[in-house]
Design a protein around this ligand. Structure first.
Ligand code: DGL
Length: 280
């Protein structure tokens, strides 16, 4: 039985991910803006989303966003590139007006694509992401809006999330798959000088990625970019900022086992967490 206060005195920022990856974003948000309440929801029972169809990711994401709204959230961040790529636009344009036009759902792709051009001299940039994010073309579409002179190369990394979820970061298998996808990206263009880790799980592979990336290539850290973007958003929307409750409260929900979530979450969040199970 969930015991989360849903009165108006509890209106946290909702953070959604298919599983654990969004915790890498939450960690940076909490470090930078500890005053707010945050409610994290990981749909671990149905993760990974990366290989699922557009309709399925949209349906699952909307269901989870509605749960966060029911718990009191006015603002929800899709801290998942796959959900941002496949569900965000529909939720913003089709669903929110009917649910509550004052509520907001934001993603992690737009803030990243709005700055990528500032990091590239060669104008060739690379994206590592899940199959769903790559096939959506969202990064290419969004980057063209902000930096039409950039050429974008994408690389699907289907093994990276399963390796991370299975806690297999320290073995040769992980290194093999990291190197393989870096080589494949750079086989598309040797001129790439900036890459986006376009999946919120991938920061856990950063040491291995840094080891195999060609020298001088910049890695964009999505956590700090999203944090900066949210700060700016709240500054520009004081009516939303005023609605978010500020008691430094952190709550975690998972659609799978809470014990298992707590065991694995600290790897992503850097601290112990105490989650509750949410039945969908
Ligand atoms: N963390 C999610 C993302 O940023 C992907 C993980 C998954 O495949 O569910 O894309």
């Amino acid at each position: 039985m969930l015991i989360i206060n849903t009165s108006k005195t509890y209106s946290p920022i909702g953070i959604f991910d298919s599983g654990y990856g969004g915790l890498t974003i939450l960690k940076e948000l909490v470090d930078a803006m500890p005053q707010y309440d945050y409610l994290y929801l990981g749909d671990n029972a149905r993760a990974p989303y990366g290989s699922r169809s557009f309709d399925t990711v949209y349906e699952y994401t909307l269901e989870c966003v509605n749960h966060l709204f029911d718990k009191g959230c006015e603002l929800v961040i899709l801290a998942c590139n796959t959900a941002s790529a496949k569900a965000l636009r529909n939720i913003q344009q089709k669903d929110l007006p009917g649910i509550d036009p004052k509520k907001r759902v934001l993603g992690v792709i737009r803030p990243t694509t709005e700055v990528i051009g500032n990091y590239s001299k060669t104008k060739h940039v690379g994206i590592f992401a899940t199959a769903g994010t790559v096939s959506s073309g969202s990064y290419i579409i969004e980057i063209q809006k902000s930096f039409p002179d950039l050429t974008v190369y994408q690389e699907t990394c289907p093994m990276w999330v399963p390796l991370i979820e299975a806690n297999e970061l320290d073995n040769e298998g992980a290194e093999y798959f990291v190197k393989k996808h870096i080589d494949q990206l750079f086989a598309q263009s040797k001129d790439i000088d900036a890459v986006i880790l376009g999946c919120t799980h991938y920061p856990l592979l950063r040491p291995l990625i840094e080891k195999h990336l060609p020298e001088g290539v910049v890695i964009l850290a999505q956590g700090s970019i999203v944090t900066h973007g949210l700060k700016d958003y709240l500054f520009r929307h004081p009516e939303m900022e005023a609605m978010i409750t500020k008691n430094n409260q952190l709550d975690f929900l998972t659609t799978d086992s809470a014990e298992q979530f707590d065991r694995n979450a600290s790897l992503f969040f850097g601290k112990e967490v105490n989650s509750k199970h949410l039945s969908l």
